[in-house]
Design a protein around this ligand. Sequence first.
Ligand code: PHE
Length: 363
Amino acid sequence: MSKATILIELQQLQTGFQQALAQATQPASLEQVRIKFLSRQGLIPEFLKQIKDLSPEDKIKFGPQLQEFRKTSEQEFSTKQALIASQNIPVQNIQTRDAQTQNIQISSKINLNLTLDPSSELPNQKFGSLHPYTQVIEKLENIFISMGFRIAEGPELETEFNNFTALNIPDDHPARDSQDTFWLRLPQQLMRTQTSPVQIRELSKQELPVAVIAAGRAYRNEATDASHDCVFMQLEGLLVDKNISVANLLGTLKTCLRAIFEREDLDIRVRPGFFPFVEPGLEIDMLCPFCTAGCSVCKRTRWIEIVGAGLVHPNVLRACGVDPQEYSGFAFGFGLTRLVMLKYGINDIRLLHSGKLDFLTQF
Ligand code: PHE
């Protein structure tokens, strides 16, 4: 057999087999196809027997192709066999729920069509969506990772030392009061009132320089209303290295706010603020992204308070074993709940924490 004839015969056999397979619609006609093409004396095995007469070079050349042909033919046959079988399942004595209760037997023949229809659709399906918190956190994490920060985490159940003492918050500070803090029955344990204890956990590792952000829940013992909840989200940032200044802090925050609100011209304003763990301490406002002349969101002031920040206090660095003569750094804490409410125009914090589907599926 010459090379040219092998290929022509192969082609003809392939076409013949596929046509016969396509025409078979019942088990009986399918069996005819099996006998004609695939059985021991069938056309395909007979054709393949000729391999042994080929020259060694042609065996290497055509052998794999011919074996492959046998394999695919058998696979195609099995697929068709399963399809025909699925279309011919007689289902007898199906009882419906109602029929069962009335003890009536209904005989029927159901045609189960198991072929895949990619265009079919189940009506009234509910699709999930990402919570607005998740969307904003993912975006913030991407922005900070692109600036070289790493994602850090800390537990919500914290020690008094990490949440207050190491953060330079004195023993008699009113924030420690049980009216502000959820103290636990365990000694010196509390639900963290801020994400700032993550600063302590990261600095204590003494792997410098460090640049991290940490998003998470914070707890305060407060009455709930449209703008307060006893649980809310914060985003903490910390960067400690040599020669870090307020300029680095402001540049970082500006970049981040511009990316979140997708406004290249979004400006910030800095006011002095007091937080025991930073010196100087700053309150940072952003120009209202929603108006040009004052609106209800910015209470007609054009500025929205958004971040507490400052340069890490030398006492905090010392408490973590870092030399303040050698290192300096900045820290900031976003009210993440507030940021999300602003970004999506949500006016009641309780909606954000409600888990209500009709609210959540809007995002
Ligand atoms: N932890 C502060 C708060 O809860 C925010 C803050 C973080 C301020 C870091 C300065 C630096 O209000």
